[in-house]
Design a protein around this ligand. Structure first.
Ligand code: UTP
Length: 289
């Protein structure tokens, strides 16, 4: 069955980004000239998906507004004959069909995904975390869809990380099938140091079969008292094949202060208008370090 829908959970508290995320959703913090969430929506659009399901919570309405039509702004920009800006603003609203569901309590990523069960129904779907950016030639989601076209089973995107960092991630243990593709054998959420030999960390891109909902329903709170997606994924991997895919590109955790700064530099260096001047500036700054 074709993958038509993508879930983007943005209902988390964003505690790692306080105080910036106190009144502004961290997903709305700017990377060069767009909020983080817009890059993620653009990745979905570039991968040919029809619909996005945002999982939101109280205080996240700025995200919904960003992708909505703003009549007042549109009228003022037209009156001032700022047609370029007017077009850019309208384009954001026209990117893709977006619906929202509300996660009433921040009970974890697994719970956030579970809240979309009635909108997704019985079809495979993508999940993109609202603060995880991937810079790549082929959109990361498109790479995963290409693999799904072969395997028709769930896929988690992974990257190899230094062994002393695995405790910060969901980690996959598995067997290499070919370049970049692994059969998943075990998944562990934030394994304590020394408890796994694997360096394959799950990043914020998943392609899931709808069986996950039934398993999420049965998942009891795990690490941090939250309903962990990783625990339900492990149950799914025991039931049917699951694949880990080492995507081509670079991932930035824009929900973390340092990751956010790295993302700004990476995206600014690719910006069609600003890149040349910014590169010169970075070189000057680096020379003084
Ligand atoms: P994170 O753990 O990165 O987000 O979850 P968080 O909880 O907002 O951030 P910190 O750790 O407190 O700083 C990954 C993604 O899952 C969403 C988040 O919004 C983020 O996009 N999420 C997390 C939910 O939608 N609901 C939750 O209950 C937890």
């Amino acid at each position: 069955m074709q993958v038509r829908k993508a879930v983007i959970p943005v209902a988390g508290l964003g505690t790692r980004f306080l105080p910036a995320s106190k009144a502004i959703p961290k997903e709305m913090l700017t990377i060069v000239d767009r909020p983080t969430i817009q890059y993620i929506v653009e990745e979905v659009v570039a991968s040919g998906i029809d619909q996005i399901i945002l999982v939101t919570s109280e205080g996240k309405s700025a995200i919904e507004n960003h992708f909505d039509y703003n009549f007042e702004l549109d009228t003022i920009l037209k009156e001032k004959n700022k047609m370029d800006l007017c077009e850019q603003v309208c384009n954001v609203a026209n990117l893709i069909d977006i619906v929202s569901v509300r996660q009433k309590k921040p009970l974890g990523l697994g719970h956030a995904i579970w809240t979309t069960r009635n909108v997704i129904g019985n079809e495979p779907f993508l999940v993109l975390l609202g603060d995880d950016l991937v810079q790549s030639k082929v959109p990361c989601c498109q790479q995963m869809l290409n693999l799904y076209g072969e395997v028709h089973e769930s896929i988690v995107a992974i990257q190899h990380v230094p062994k002393n960092e695995t405790h910060q991630y969901g980690v996959v243990e598995g067997t290499a099938l070919r370049d970049r593709v692994y059969q998943v054998e075990r998944l562990i959420e934030k394994p304590p140091p020394g408890t796994t030999d694997s360096d394959m960390a799950i990043i914020g891109r998943y392609l899931l079969k709808p069986d996950i909902f039934e398993l999420l329903e049965k998942t009891t709170p795990g690490h941090g008292g939250e309903i962990q997606l990783t625990d339900a994924l492990l149950a799914l991997a025991k039931r049917r094949p699951m694949y880990a895919y080492e995507f081509e590109g670079t991932r930035y955790d824009a929900g973390d202060k340092l990751g956010y700064l790295k993302a700004i530099i990476a995206f600014a260096l690719q910006h069609p208008v600003l890149a040349t001047e910014f590169r010169r500036h970075i070189k000057e700054v680096a020379a003084d370090l």
